[in-house]
Design a protein around this ligand. Structure first.
Ligand code: FMN
Length: 418
């Protein structure tokens, strides 16, 4: 019989006071079915929504509710001491705030600051709450500390409103848990050069041409490769994203600078991951001064091509594996295949850029993976960090030639296109 993905892993499932608390019951069942040993922590508010007895029966363990309890003198230390992962699902706005501030005035807050294992949080709340600047700031703080805060889903909410705030789908939460626990260093020995973000081409001292790339996909790729043991160098255009742990970042502004930095490091790399949305054009004669309104006489802005980085690096290519990203607005498969050939890539990740679910700026993405050899793979919508692991699995299997141990586990949400 094949080993279950979470076999023997100790997971602490923290349930907080959201209307989505009932979904944690099904989540608990799936974790247990996947082999995990789950201890449940509930806040007093959570018990207003679901009776602790439900979790107690399904986990086969007493539910921890109070810091000062009869069961153990220090329940926060007992429950975290051999935990492989803490999963907070659903996570309320209150819980995000408490955890971001490190407030330890109840069992959940104290568990959170006592924990030394990976933490995954799956928020659920009304769209107005999710959009509140305080919630956004707490989420950012938690993510900067390496905590995986999943993006809530869009859709109908308990309030009757339509928007972002639904608890992420169960399969996405389970996928995140498995990814955080997959501690394989299966990319050890690889040297990965990642380009990310937009470029900026100056018009004058204060104006520039740029694009809507946020850099999130490239940063997710860098983070995933580093966590899996690769040495990673990230050449990044202007973004506000924090540098992932164990990644060396070089910041650039223009396409020319990006080209220079990538070229200088190219011989070091074994794998090149080009996620950057490099500008194709730049003003031919940028002014070093700010051009005053009255100085412009109606002359159109003259543009010239920026360097074709992939083409230039292709000429110097020896052992390298090339992974490219394409943003397409129509006929994703046909246009992707054309680009794969033209750019001589080993793998092309094609994403759609139209509609509200566009790849640009979003936390999630759905893509088609086009390997040079083999069948295209459609990957359904996933948080970008999880998608990054799927891409690395495919690169490893299809381009490096060593099957990824992770990819031997069945993945939901993957479909091979014939
Ligand atoms: C019916 C009802 C539904 C609620 N749903 C949510 C929710 O989905 N997300 C949220 O952040 N807060 C929600 N709240 C508010 C929280 O329960 C409240 O902020 C509470 O203090 C959270 O405590 P906890 O984080 O310790 O569990 C809801 C409150 C009520 C009365």
């Amino acid at each position: 019989m094949s080993e279950k993905a979470l076999q023997g892993k100790r997971i602490v499932l923290c349930v907080t006071g959201s209307i989505a608390a009932y979904k944690a019951v099904s989540l608990l069942r799936s974790l247990v079915e996947d082999g995990a040993e789950v201890s449940v922590v509930m806040t007093p508010s959570a018990t207003q929504f679901v009776a602790p007895l439900t979790f107690e029966v399904l986990s086969g363990r007493p539910v921890l509710q109070r810091l000062f309890a009869d069961t153990h003198p220090m329940p926060h230390l007992k429950v975290t001491e051999d935990a492989a992962l803490i999963l907070v699902a659903p996570a309320t706005a209150n819980c995000l705030a408490k955890c971001a501030l490190g407030l330890a005035d109840d069992l959940l807050g104290t568990v959170f600051v006592a924990a030394r294992c990976p933490i995954v949080m799956a928020p659920a709340m009304d769209v107005e709450m999710w959009d509140h600047p305080a919630v956004a700031a707490h989420t950012r703080t938690l993510r900067e500390r390496g905590i995986m805060v999943l993006e809530p889903e869009e859709g109908p909410l308990a309030s009757g409103l339509l928007g972002k705030g639904r608890l992420p789908a169960e399969h996405a939460i389970l996928e995140a848990v498995r990814a955080r626990l997959a501690v394989q260093r299966d990319w050890a020995g690889q040297r990965v050069l990642v380009s990310a973000g937009p470029t900026r081409e100056p018009i004058d001292a204060v104006r520039f041409i740029t694009n809507a790339s946020s850099g999130k996909m490239g940063y997710a790729m860098a983070d995933a490769a580093a966590q899996r043991g690769a040495e990673v160098l990230l050449v990044s255009g202007p973004t506000t994203l924090p540098c992932p742990p164990n990644v060396m970042r070089v910041s650039v502004t223009t396409a020319e600078e990006m080209y220079q930095e990538l070229e200088a490091r190219f011989s070091w790399a074994t794998v090149l991951v080009m996620t950057a949305a490099v500008g194709d054009f730049r003003p031919r004669n940028p002014s070093s001064e700010k051009v005053k309104k009255h100085q412009w006489d109606g002359e159109p802005l003259e543009l010239e091509r920026t360097p074709d980085i992939l083409q230039a690096l292709s000429r110097k290519r020896t052992h390298h594996v090339f992974v490219g990203f394409a943003a397409e607005s129509e006929d994703l498969l046909a246009n992707g295949r054309k680009k794969l050939r033209q750019k001589d890539l080993d793998l092309l990740v094609v994403n759609g850029i139209t509609g509200p679910q566009s790849a640009f700026g979003n936390e999630t993405n759905e893509v088609i993976l086009l390997p040079r050899h083999g069948t295209p793979i459609e990957v359904e919508r996933l948080p970008k960090r999880l998608l990054a692991d799927r891409i690395l699995d495919t690169v490893q299997e299809q381009c490096i030639g060593s099957p990824s141990s992770r990819s031997q586990q069945p993945h939901e949400g993957i479909r091979r296109i014939q």
